[in-house]
Design a binder for this molecule. Structure first.
Ligand code: I3P
Length: 109
């Protein structure tokens, strides 16, 4: 699965609260491949970037959990992603169908 989404970091690995200046919403072109969610600036990011860039902009989704963020009321169509290493992110999608599709993709890979 691929597409543009907005991302907000809440907790870095080991449940460490993300620093204030890194908690803003930012748009990414996301690609799920081989149990990893890659985040790039646009569609060309994957092709153009070095493998090291890909690793840097990646969230491992093996043993991760995506759930509707019903408690986050500032935006619509948002899901929470909790990773195995205890990082936590919010992702805003475009509509309820996309929301469901991202959640299923992440949970069922
Ligand atoms: C953040 C930005 C985010 C906000 C976050 C701020 O500031 O305003 O939109 O999250 O709040 O820290 P900055 O742009 O200076 O990085 P919300 O949209 O969820 O309010 P937070 O500190 O409560 O995470």
């Amino acid at each position: 699965k691929k597409g543009y989404v907005m991302r907000k970091c809440c907790y870095d690995s080991n449940a460490k609260r993300t620093p204030f200046h890194k908690r803003s919403w930012k748009m990414f072109y996301c690609t799920v491949r081989d149990l990893v969610l890659y985040l790039h600036k646009d569609e060309n990011g994957f092709r153009k970037s070095q493998m090291s860039d890909n690793l840097h902009n990646a969230i491992r989704i093996h043993h991760a959990l995506a759930t509707k963020a019903t408690d986050y009321t500032k935006k619509q169509f948002v899901f929470r992603l909790q990773t195995a290493d205890q990082a936590e992110y919010l992702f805003q999608t475009s509509d309820s169908k996309e929301l469901q599709s991202w959640i299923e993709t992440i949970n069922f890979v």
